[in-house]
Design a protein around this ligand. Structure first.
Ligand code: SF4
Length: 68
């Protein structure tokens, strides 16, 4: 997924579990490492990630897609 690959600090990862649709999703593996750089926001094709006060929010379970 694009946001996982875009993050320079390894904050995001693809889940081992699947969601209610049977698909893997993006989760916060190391939220304490987030710098609020916005690279994940820029790369998300669904505009599903938002940065508030310099910290990434949301987006943890929105991506149930294999692409992206
Ligand atoms: S805002 Fe945080 S999660 Fe997003 S790319 Fe930057 S460091 Fe990674």
């Amino acid at each position: 997924m694009l946001c996982v690959e875009a993050c320079p600090h390894g904050v995001l990862s693809v889940s081992k579990d699947v969601n209610e649709r049977g698909l893997r999703y993006v989760e916060l593996a190391r939220p304490e490492k987030c710098t609020g750089c916005g690279m994940c926001v820029t790369m998300c094709p669904d505009c599903a990630i938002e940065i508030i006060a310099g910290k990434k929010t949301g987006g943890a379970r929105h991506m149930g897609r294999d692409e992206g």
